[in-house]
Design a protein around this ligand. Structure first.
Ligand SMILES: C[S@@+](CC[C@H](N)C(=O)[O-])C[C@H]1O[C@@H](n2cnc3c(N)ncnc32)[C@H](O)[C@@H]1O
Length: 252
C-alpha cells in the first residue's frame, strides 16, 4: 500500500499514547547536526511537525532556542507541558503558516516531513532558510528482519493493515529528487542504529501508536492487538528491538 497522507491528523487523536510510547532520537544525531549546520546558541531553528516535542526538547536541552510548529493542538499541549523556556510553539500547518523568508539557520523535521504536502514543503523550506542554511529531516524506523517474531509482526501488519507502507520508506531517492528540484545542494544520508529494550506492554503500545494500526476500525484494531499480544507472549523480556534512525541533510 502506498503511503496515505490523509492520516496526518491521527497522532493528535492519540496524543498521550504517542508521547508515552515513541522513542527519542540518538544523542549523536544532535551532536552531528549541530556540527554539520555550524549553528550557534542564538541561531534561528524551526522544528516542523514537532508533535509532543520529542526532538524539539532533546535539542533545546542542549542550549538552543527553537520554534516548534505542529497542526495538532493536543500534541502541542503535551509539548508545552514537558518543555523548557527556550522553545516557542506555534499551532498550524507548515503549508499555511506565514513564516519569514531567508530567516532560519536550520530547519529540522523529525518523523514528520513525509506528512507535509510535497508540492509546498520543499520550496517553502528552501525559501525560509537563509543562504547556506540547512534542512535536516530524520525519522526512526523499526527493523523487522533480524528476529522471527518481528517478521511475524511485519507479516501481520501486511495482512491486516491496509495503510502499512510496504514500499521502501527509508530510501532517500525521492527526497533527493524533490530537494534538488527545490534548489538544495549537498544532500547526504546518515543512519544511526541502536537496540531499544522494551517490556512487552510498552512495546505493544509502541506498535499501537503507528498510523496503520490506529486507522483500523475499532473491531479490526482490537483483533490485531490480540494477535500481536499472542506473538509477544511467547517472547522473553526485555524485548530488544532494533531501531534505525535515518537522517537526510540538505544545504541551501
Ligand atoms: C509522527 S509525528 C512526529 C512528531 C515529532 N516530531 C516526533 O519526533 O515525535 C508527525 C507530526 O507531524 C504533524 N503534522 C502532520 N502534518 C503536518 C502539517 N502539515 N504541518 C505541521 N505539522 C504536521 C502531526 O501533527 C504530528 O505531530
Amino acid at each position: 500500500m502506498a503511503f496515505n497522507r490523509k492520516l496526518k491528523t491521527i497522532f493528535g487523536e492519540i496524543a498521550e499514547l504517542y508521547e508515552k510510547s515513541r522513542p527519542d532520537y540518538p544523542k549523536e544525531l544532535f551532536k552531528d547536526l549541530i556540527k554539520i549546520s555550524s549553528i550557534k546558541k542564538d541561531s534561528k531553528i524551526l522544528d516542523v511537525g514537532c508533535g509532543s516535542g520529542k526532538a524539539t526538547i532533546q535539542f533545546a536541552n542542549l542550549g538552543y532556542n527553537l520554534i516548534g510548529l505542529d497542526i495538532s493542538r493536543e500534541l502541542i499541549k503535551i509539548a508545552k507541558r514537558n518543555s523548557t523556556k527556550n522553545v516557542k510553539y506555534v499551532i498550524g500547518s507548515f503549508e499555511k503558516t506565514k513564516l519569514p523568508k531567508n530567516y532560519f539557520d536550520l530547519i529540522i523535521s523529525a518523523q514528520a516531513f513525509h506528512w507535509l504536502n510535497p508540492e509546498i514543503a520543499y520550496f517553502k523550506s528552501y525559501n525560509i532558510l537563509r543562504s547556506k542554511g540547512y534542512l535536516i529531516i530524520f525519522w526512526n524506523f523499526q527493523k523487522y528482519n533480524n528476529k522471527p517474531f518481528l517478521k511475524s509482526i511485519r507479516n501481520l501488519f501486511k495482512k491486516e493493515c491496509p495503510n502499512f507502507p510496504t514500499s521502501k520508506p527509508h530510501s532517500i531517492r525521492k527526497y533527493k529528487l524533490k530537494l534538488k528540484s527545490a534548489g538544495f545542494k549537498a544532500i547526504k544520508r546518515k543512519q544511526y542504529n541502536r537496540n531499544i529494550k522494551y517490556k512487552k506492554t510498552d512495546y505493544l503500545r509502541f506498535l499501537e501508536s503507528h498510523s496503520w494500526v490506529n486507522s483500523l476500525e475499532k473491531n479490526k484494531k482490537i483483533r490485531l492487538l490480540i494477535k500481536l499480544n499472542e506473538i509477544l507472549d511467547k517472547q522473553k523480556e526485555p524485548l530488544e528491538i532494533p531501531i534505525g534512525t535515518v537522517v537526510v541533510i540538505a544545504k541551501k
